[in-house]
Design a protein around this ligand. Structure first.
Ligand SMILES: Cc1cc2nc3c(=O)[nH]c(=O)nc-3n(C[C@H](O)[C@H](O)[C@H](O)COP(=O)(O)OP(=O)(O)OC[C@H]3O[C@@H](n4cnc5c(N)ncnc54)[C@H](O)[C@@H]3O)c2cc1C
Length: 375
């Protein structure tokens, strides 16, 4: 039986532990914190799932596989994690992201609708749009619940035999003649293969120190909806909003009170490391988010009632690093998901298990090759 250590049980490590355990590996899954914690990238109430992908049609097979695996996880863990409420990309027709979503849907033959300005205003008045702006509606989109998802994956991994070692920071991972030696809480564990899934903490592990993964701050804001029913997932799809004055992702009200936005137009501030994460947003940042809500979301009280700060690892090209760890044997790296890894996590977990157990995968992951950047 192959003994595999998974370092990090955010959504990526949790899904990988689940897929490995199902395939009979002996899994040791370490995390410095507890399942579903809010210090890294896998928390904050909601995540977007979408299939018409502005990042490229090459992701579509992986997204479709991920959707099937989300459903498998839900069934096995008796959890409701993914609500398919549809997804809107909103902006001028020639906006880069609006055009890219449309192109992806056309290239991959995905169902979609393009709503002109009048139709957009009629169907989704929750968004204020300017003359000439359009909405691209992706029916294969929805909202995921991040913390329950991580917990469901770890529960399922444990049920399949994995050891979940929460509150076990890995302080050393050293390659040996025939595997790796992992040190955590003053104990050493010898394994055949190691999966590094440390999210934004990547560069704090010696073996990953040279990888081009920058920890950055992403801030989310919740705004109270005046008509909650009109802003619930039954009425309001997830959205990617692109406008000359602001850009954000937008999530329907899941708590019966407030919608959430994650501003994109303000950039992602670099962090020295995720442990330097501020616990709330800077006043200027909050003011700009408030202005965006006042301008583009007519049905909310445009002052955030809640703020969440999270850390994520970004690569220079905003595509993850997923593959054998350069310069080492029997090691897989999965990090740098650059703000869009959650929806794909079960498929990435399957790939991590493939790589650890067989050394290859049938999924096309060429664009994620960790060797594409000079080290
Ligand atoms: C605010 C925000 C909004 C986002 N929105 C979306 C979205 O709508 N849709 C989407 O698809 N994606 C989205 N993303 C991106 C997605 O959430 C991330 O890509 C994904 O969660 C990354 O997961 P991860 O497991 O790599 O990292 P993390 O969740 O950060 O997990 C890494 C884990 O490793 C552990 N760890 C690190 N070092 C060690 C060590 N030495 N020893 C033990 N444990 C260690 C950490 O404690 C942590 O639990 C968003 C991200 C953020 C932050």
């Amino acid at each position: 039986m192959t003994r595999v250590a998974v370092i990090g049980t955010g959504v990526i490590g949790a899904m990988t532990a689940w897929r490995l355990a199902l395939r009979g590996a002996e899994v040791l899954a370490f995390d410095a914190y507890g399942p579903g914690h809010d210090r890294g990238a896998s928390a904050g109430e909601s995540r977007i799932f979408r299939t018409a992908y502005k990042e490229g049609a090459g992701y579509v097979p992986l997204l479709q596989r991920a959707e099937a695996l989300w459903r498998e996880l839900e069934r096995g863990a008796d959890a409701h994690l993914l609500t398919m409420c549809g997804g809107l990309t909103i902006g001028a027709p020639d906006n880069t992201d609006v055009a890219a979503v449309r192109r992806c849907a056309e290239d991959a033959g995905l169902d979609h609708e393009v709503l002109d300005t009048a139709e957009s205003r009629k169907r989704f008045p929750q968004h204020r749009i300017d003359d000439g702006e359009v909405m691209v509606l992706d029916p294969a989109a929805g909202v995921l619940r991040p913390e329950p998802a991580v917990q469901a994956a770890l529960r399922s991994a444990e049920a399949a035999g994995a050891r979940i070692l929460s509150y076990h920071p890995v302080t050393d991972a050293t390659e040996t003649a025939d595997g790796w030696r992992i040190t955590s809480n003053d104990t050493t564990f010898d394994v055949d293969h190691v999966i590094f899934a440390p999210g934004p903490w990547a560069r704090q592990l010696a073996a990953l120190r040279n990888l081009p993964v920058q920890a950055r701050l992403i801030t989310a804001y919740w705004f109270a909806a005046r008509d909650v029913a009109a802003h619930s997932p039954e009425s309001l799809p997830i959205a990617i909003r692109r406008h000359a004055e602001a850009g954000f992702s937008c999530f329907p009200a899941l708590d019966g009170i407030a919608i959430k936005i994650v501003p994109h137009h303000l950039g992602w501030t670099e962090l020295d490391g995720p442990d330097d994460l501020p616990r709330t947003s800077a006043t200027d940042h909050a003011r700009a988010a408030s202005a965006a809500a006042a301008r583009l979301l007519p049905g909310v009280t445009p002052h955030p009632m809640r703020t969440g700060t999270f850390a994520e690892g970004f690569t220079p090209d905003d595509h993850a690093l997923l593959g054998p760890l350069p310069g080492h044997h029997r090691a897989t790296v999965m990090t740098g998901f650059s703000g869009h890894g959650f929806k794909l996590a079960p498929a990435f977990g399957e790939i991590g298990a493939d790589l650890a157990l067989t050394g290859g995968t049938s999924h096309d992951i060429a664009t994620l090759d960790p060797n594409r950047f000079p080290l």
